[in-house]
Design a protein around this ligand. Structure first.
Ligand SMILES: Cc1cc2nc3c(=O)[nH]c(=O)nc-3n(C[C@H](O)[C@H](O)[C@H](O)COP(=O)(O)OP(=O)(O)OC[C@H]3O[C@@H](n4cnc5c(N)ncnc54)[C@H](O)[C@@H]3O)c2cc1C
Length: 386
């Protein structure tokens, strides 16, 4: 018989790695299982940068980000590396639209340090960006860039130094629920008192083994980098912030951008949605409709960029119907904890998501209100076969 772990975590993306980190810090004997050899670029957590912000429409995300910032700072100290660069975040959107108004009100209610830019002062603060007519603009002053690859390495490193075990290149092929959960990989069998499933785009594939199916849609994102006509125009050095353009046109999803970083002279500007894919067939999804939307936006609003992407990389979102996360125990097997459906905005929450998932796995009361993230909200969508 193999040894019994306190907890098994499946998936070494940011959410699984942060869960494992909190478990190990709480002296839980933990094993983190990953199907690919680490590091890899086939899920959702690779790449060098992600936006971190408190600017949200919902109070519950603004609250969670308060704790998440503290936990990122703690991880920086423990790992001895810088994981965050403050740049500010410019949010633009239809001034009288619901989303922009709600976001502005939530920021004010939660005392998030911010500046509201009047139309006449916009170009003075943000050169080389054209504000669309009828759009309002505000800046989240505490937002910035997270160094994603570095953060993933850092959290896995601190996890290992706290006695955690990582088994990469081990795809989980079966889960047997029970008081002791048995997890079988292509090369071993693991037993645990609890199990955390953080499998990103593969969540439903794994949940099938537990008789549960969530309403998750996996989409491929074309990660586009655009060349600056004059190198440095959109760099942190020139104090260019991250930005989010809400509802660029009616019926379109948001567009977001980060100052040039990973490729000097290139700025990352992406569409916040993509086309549906199977996670193992990501590269067969070749739809570029999102790139056409981006080209039009870049031509219209970012005159300092050449409106053809110089580099296009791939990533995936796992999207729920309401774009909110799933952070909950399995409805039938309470020692199985699920973190899924991060809907393209989960990285910044990694440390707090890991903390609450670890608390659920240890049978503790989570430090955050998880009611917006319950599986039950999908009642008519999710199928429990057991
Ligand atoms: C282009 C892009 C831009 C983004 N920008 C932002 C941003 O600016 N700010 C932000 O906060 N968030 C952002 N996000 C979202 C964020 O990156 C994701 O929400 C987050 O990375 C999800 O992490 P995860 O751990 O759930 O998934 P993943 O990183 O996909 O991890 C899941 C892991 O589980 C493993 N796995 C799956 N099945 C098995 C199995 N059977 N056996 C073993 N292992 C398995 C996978 O191989 C994978 O490593 C962005 C995402 C993308 C794609």
């Amino acid at each position: 018989m193999s040894e019994v772990y306190d907890c098994i975590v499946i998936g070494a993306g940011i959410q699984g790695s942060c869960s494992a980190y909190h478990l190990a810090k709480n002296k839980q004997k933990t094993v983190l299982l990953e199907q690919f050899v680490l590091p890899h670029s086939r899920g959702s957590s690779h790449g060098q940068t992600r936006i971190i912000r408190k600017a949200y429409e919902e109070d519950f995300y603004a609250n969670m980000m308060q704790e998440s910032y503290e936990l990122w700072a703690q991880l920086e100290k423990e790992a001895g590396v810088k994981l965050y660069r403050p740049t500010g975040l410019l949010v633009m959107g239809p001034e009288n639209g619901e989303v922009f108004s709600k976001l502005k009100a939530t920021m004010q209610r939660n005392n998030i340090p911010s500046v509201f830019l009047e139309k006449h002062e916009f170009s003075q603060h943000i050169p080389n960006l054209n504000l669309t007519d009828g759009n309002g603009a505000l800046i989240d002053n505490v937002a910035g860039v997270l160094f994603a690859d570095r953060a993933l390495r850092a959290v896995q490193g601190v996890y290992l130094s706290n006695g955690g075990v990582i088994k990469d290149g081990e795809k989980v092929i079966d889960i047997q629920p029970g008081d002791i959960v048995t997890v079988t990989t292509e090369s071993g069998v693991y037993r645990g008192k609890s199990l955390v499933i953080t499998a990103g785009p593969w969540a439903n594939k794994l949940l099938t083994n537990t008789g549960l199916e969530l309403p998750l849609k996996v989409v491929k994102i074309n990660v586009c980098y655009w060349k600056e006509k004059v190198p440095g125009t959109y760099s942190v050095g020139h104090r260019f912030p991250c930005f989010i353009q809400l509802e660029p046109k009616e019926g379109e999803y948001d567009i977001y951008g980060l100052p040039s970083n990973e490729y000097p002279g290139l700025m990352k500007v992406c569409y916040h949605m993509g086309s549906e894919t199977e996670p193992d067939e990501r590269d067969k999804q070749t739809d570029r409709g999102d790139i056409d939307i981006l080209k039009r936006y870049v031509s219209r609003c970012l005159p300092g960029l050449i409106p053809v992407p110089a580099i296009v990389e791939s990533c995936m979102y796992t999207v729920t119907p309401d774009h909110h996360f799933v952070l909950d125990c399995h409805p039938t097997h309470r020692n199985i904890v699920i973190g899924a459906g991060f809907s393209g905005h989960g990285f910044k929450f990694g440390p707090i998501v890991g903390k609450v998932l670890s608390q659920l796995a240890m049978g503790e009361v989570p430090s955050q209100d998880l009611s917006p993230f319950r599986i039950q909200r999908f009642k008519s969508h999710s199928r429990s076969h057991l």
